[in-house]
Design a protein around this ligand. Structure first.
Ligand code: COA
Length: 331
């Protein structure tokens, strides 16, 4: 039976901390150069938090901004799904802290650990609760403070990541502009290509785990790169095809911002020219679950996102986790 309720993004809010970490700053910290970073990743700077600021602080600002745009108080929100790999604490969920601070009394929710696909997974969850009729107003948030788990002596990882957050309000659609489809995959065979080995039940935090730097991100950059290009392309092609579209129909491709070369390789395979791709990695680096809402915001600020536009989003993250979504932009 056809699903009668469709869901849309009705508001978007984002937040990045004001402090900048530029390539020039990194040149003083590790053996690297501005030219190498720009050529190999496209990144010029990242925003990082001051000591004491946590993921919920960014998520709360992004959520408040989305609520303000929608013109509703936090008390109207029924559920909060928050994608992050850098929760304030292992538990309770950062979604709980956000719920309290935005005044969403009566709401429920949880964190979703899907790394760079965290926002897409949170969005899918929010959309399904709205489509099922269970809820009318839900927040989907992607937020990470990657600087809290980065080794700033490891040039292979410290140049890539930044901190940031984005939040959207999801509610029932009232016209033809709605979330059309999602695709998700996980592939645990790649678990050790990108991971933080310490601090969990496998290697609980100890002097030894800290001495071995297991509380930092470890990555096989080339394995991640190849997987990301292949999967971003495959899932994007599949979601377009099964909904009767081709790359030519896409008004805007909003990819996870991991590396400019990953984005351009995937876009080329999809037949998408640069004027239909959002890239803001130069400004923010890879903010993990924050990249896609931050990229949507950049597109809006550039006047490139209009109601009714066919928008394709795609992500690959640690896990591996894969996500893609297709929508008619609705706000
Ligand atoms: N500055 C200067 N040189 C660096 C460097 C840095 N920050 N990091 C690595 N290098 C060096 C390497 O040591 C290597 O030197 P060698 O040839 O003497 O051994 C050389 O540059 C090439 O290294 P390589 O790892 O092949 O570079 P790359 O072109 O693959 O770029 C990444 C490295 C990490 C930027 C790239 O692999 C990448 O972006 N991978 C995906 C990572 C990602 O997106 N993670 C998040 C996923 S959601």
């Amino acid at each position: 039976m056809a699903n009668l309720v469709r869901a849309k993004i009705s508001a978007l809010g984002t937040y990045v901390p004001p402090r900048l970490l530029t390539n020039a700053d990194l040149e003083k910290m590790v053996e690297t150069s501005n030219e190498w970073i720009i050529e190999r990743t496209g990144i010029r700077q990242r925003h990082i938090v001051d000591k004491g600021m946590a993921t919920s602080d960014l998520a709360i600002e992004a959520a408040k901004s989305a609520l303000q745009e929608r013109g509703i108080p936090g008390s109207k929100i029924e559920a909060i799904f928050l994608g992050t790999v850098t929760p304030d604490m292992l538990f309770p969920a950062t979604a709980c802290i956000v719920q309290d601070k935005i005044g969403a009394a009566g709401a429920w929710g949880y964190d979703i650990s899907a790394a760079c696909s965290g926002f897409v997974y949170a969005l899918q969850t929010a959309v399904k609760f709205v489509e099922s009729g269970a809820h009318k107003r839900v927040l989907a948030i992607g937020a990470d403070v990657m600087s809290s788990i980065i080794n700033y002596q490891d040039r292979a990882t410290c140049i890539i990541f930044g901190d940031g957050a984005g939040a959207v309000v999801v509610e029932p659609a009232t016209d033809g502009n709605y979330m059309i489809d999602f695709i998700h995959e996980i592939d645990g065979s790649g678990a050790c290509s990108l991971y933080m080995p310490g601090g969990g039940s496998r290697n609980p935090s100890s002097h030894e785990t800290v001495d071995k730097k297991m509380h930092y991100v470890h990555q096989d950059g080339q394995a991640v790169f190849k997987y990301a290009v292949r999967k971003m392309t495959e899932t994007s092609e599949t979601i377009l095809k099964r909904n009767g579209f081709t790359g030519k129909d896409v008004a805007l491709f909003v990819p996870h911002q991991a590396n400019r070369r990953i984005i351009m390789s995937a876009a080329e395979r999809l037949g998408l020219k640069e004027d239909r791709i959002v890239i803001n990695i130069d400004e923010y680096g890879n903010t993990t679950a924050g990249t896609i809402p931050l990229a949507m915001q950049t597109a809006r600020q550039q006047g490139r996102l209009k109601k009714g536009d066919l928008v394709l989003i795609a992500s690959v993250g640690a896990g591996f986790t894969v996500g893609a979504a297709l929508m008619r932009w609705a706000c």
